[in-house]
Structures are given as C-alpha cells and as structure tokens.
Design a binder for this molecule. Structure first.
Ligand code: PMP
Length: 385
C-alpha cells in the first residue's frame, strides 16, 4: 500500500506540493504573512466587500436576530427569512422566476449537475471549466463531452452528434463559465446561446467571476451582453465579489423545484447560517447600488493602470494570468516577488491549470491603490524581463 509520505514526495519532486500559508490579518489589499505586510494580489474579493462595514454589521445583526446556525437542512427545518429574502432578491436581480442558495459554489455545481443529469443524458463542458463543474458532471453519470476552450465549431459538432442519436427524453446540457477562473477571459455567451437554441439544449453558465465586475448593475457578463434570458441556469458564488459565502442557481420555478427535490448537496447539508444569507443579501444590494458602480469603476481604473504600466492590453476581467510555463519557475517567481517586493501573487499549477501552463494568477480589486498596482507592474517587468 502506498504511504502518504511517498505520495507527498512525488508531489514535491514535481513542484506540485501545496502548503497552507498562515495569514494573520483580514483579507484586505494588504495582508500580514509571517510578520511581513504583503500587497495582496491573491484574493477574489474583487470589490473589497469582505471587510465592508455595512456587510459586517448585517452579519452581526442577523446573528443577534436568528442565531448562529440554521439547525438542519432546509427540507427538515424550513427556510428562515434571510434564506427566503436572499433567494427572492437573486431571482429578481437575475430576471428569473426563482433561485436556490447552497452553502458555497462548489456544492452548487456538484448538486445542480448531479440532480439535473443522469445516465443517458449528455453534458458538454468547455475544456477550462472549473473543477466543481467537472466533478458535478462526473457524479451525474451522464456522458461527458468536452469542447476545446471557447471553440464554437467543435461545440456545434458535438451537439450535432449528440442530437442525432439521443433518446427523446434525454437531456443535453452545455456548461461554461462566463469569466474563466484561471485565464480571466470571456465565454462567447451570445454565440453559445444561439447554438443551444438551434439544437434545443439546456445551458448552465457559472458567473463566479463575473458577478460584481460586469454589467450595468454588476450582475455579470450575461447582464452586460443582455443575454440572461437565453440561459436556463444562471449560477454563481457569493464568496468572491460579494465578499461573504454561498452559491446560487437562478432559473425557472420548475427547475428550481427540481433542484430542491434532487440536489443532494442541498438536501443532505445543514442550511447556511442565517447571518451568511443576510450578509450576502446586503452585499448584493450594495453591488447593484451607486456605491457598487463606483467600486466597479475603481476596479476597472486599476485594471487600466496595470495595462498602462505593463504595456499590455486592458484585461477582460479582474483576473490576469501572468504566464510562466513550468511549475518550478512559477513558484520561484511568486517567491521572488514576495521576498523582494512584498507582493503576494500566487502561482497556480497543474492540476488547477493544464500541465506546463503554470502561471501567476494576479487578481486586482477595487481596494488596491494606484501605488500598489504600479509596484506590482514594476516588479513583474523587472523579474520577468
Ligand atoms: N465556480 C468557479 C468558476 C470558481 O472559480 C469557484 C471557486 N474557485 C467555484 C465555482 C466554487 O465557488 P465557492 O468558492 O463558493 O465554493
């Protein structure tokens, strides 16, 4: 039997071993690591809401009113007002009949895909889809097909093959992210919707990295492109730009009813604390308010500053991949930036990204100052010249 030590040694040898870093301050634009203050370019708290006073206050107030725990799964104990209000607000903001909230985004993907699909169905995923979507697809027992990243021709061919031989009641679900988590680029949503309509497939779009960033009220890429109506299942997380935790699906009432009945990560899991749901509601309200627009503007100004300072194109989202290649080199660059310039910029490696495409995953937020961005840009240019 292989020992855990042997397995860890293999990871170490391939520069793929991970270590948890101890952080001694809140996740702000600057963070304390081993006594050193680092500029934090690792967080998905794109608008800086994880430490916003109103959202913190909302968390505290809901705890006072509703307690710390929800007691059981909602199918056992019922839905408290914070759960119900959050779902109503998500549905209204996304323009759907209903929504369902899970404890986190991972549980949402896993539960939704495994509930919607079964053996005989087909799920067609973009190659760069997040691990949670792949895991949900695998768990479902459906036939799993993958199309090369954003390759519409290949997607169309797979749809053609699938529809030519599928049984009449079999479901076909296309799955993509709106903003890809490790590359920061956009999916061609309007074209994907046209294809799904042509064939009569279903479409699930994960807006994990679009929420808060894009669209007139920050609802994501679908809102920006005005194509949300063409998406059957709008998914996302409340743990990134919303600064709290939780995951959601917004869809028609029958689809949400079906998920409530069949999504095992919803049914067999204690409901999120009422404070989490209430704080997420206040965060979403803030994202859609004039203050949210200002924070979005600040984020996009920061992205422009980075583009100017590095003489690169304006990034498509808050995620900027700085490509390196070999895992060992990406780790080394990340460490050098920390040691020489007090920058926290994580290296991402296989299996999070394909082999030999290791990179620094830089995330900018509305909380960074122009000086923070310029220091980062200068250090990157200096160490990768
Ligand atoms: N989908 C995508 C695209 C993600 O990047 C993530 C988080 N890494 C998730 C889903 C999971 O969300 P959560 O962190 O809320 O579990």
């Amino acid at each position: 039997m292989r020992s855990p030590e042997d397995e860890l040694a293999e990871l170490e040898a391939a520069s793929l071993r991970r270590h948890l870093r101890a952080v001694d301050s809140p996740q702000l634009a600057h963070t304390q690591v081993a006594g050193q203050s680092l500029s934090n370019f690792a967080s998905n708290d794109y608008l800086g809401l994880a430490n916003h006073p109103h959202i913190k206050q909302a968390f505290i107030e809901a705890t006072e009113l509703w307690g710390t725990g929800s007691g059981a799964s909602r199918l056992i104990c019922g839905s408290l007002p914070p759960h119900r209000k959050l779902e109503l607000y998500i549905a209204t903001s996304k323009g759907t009949e209903a929504a369902l909230v899970f404890a986190n985004g991972y549980a949402t993907s896993l539960g939704a895909l495994s509930a919607l699909l079964r053996k005989g169905d087909t799920v067609i995923l973009d190659k760069l889809s997040h691990a949670s979507l792949i895991d949900g697809a695998r768990l479902s027992g459906a036939t799993l097909r993958v199309f090369p990243h954003n390759d519409l021709n290949k997607l169309s061919k797979i749809l053609e093959q699938t529809f030519s031989k599928k049984s009449t009641d079999a479901r076909v679900l296309i799955v993509t992210e709106s903003i890809f988590s490790m590359d920061g680029d956009h999916a061609p949503l309007a074209d994907i919707i046209a294809l799904k309509q042509k064939f009569g497939a279903l479409l699930l779009v994960d807006e994990a990295h679009g929420l808060g960033i894009l669209g007139p009220t920050g609802m994501g890429l679908a809102e920006q492109l005005d194509c949300a109506k063409g998406i059957d299942l709008q998914m996302g997380t409340l743990g990134k730009a919303a600064g709290v935790a939780g995951g959601y699906i917004a869809a028609t009432k029958p689809l949400i009813d079906l998920l409530t009945n069949k999504a095992r990560s919803f049914i067999y899991s204690t409901a999120p604390p009422p404070s989490q749901s209430h704080a997420a509601l206040v965060a979403l309200q803030l994202i859609r308010s004039p203050e949210g627009s200002k924070l979005r503007q600040k984020l996009w100004n920061n992205l422009q500053t980075f583009a100017d300072a590095t003489q690169t194109p304006l990034p498509a989202s808050a995620i900027i991949p700085w490509h390196v290649g070999p895992s060992a080199q990406a780790l080394e660059l990340s460490q050098t930036l920390q040691n020489t310039s007090a920058l926290l910029v994580p290296a991402v490696r296989y299996p999070t990204v394909p082999r030999n495409t290791a990179r620094l995953r830089i995330t900018l937020t509305a909380a960074h100052s122009t000086q923070d961005i310029q220091t980062l840009a200068a250090a990157l240019l200096h160490h990768t010249a």
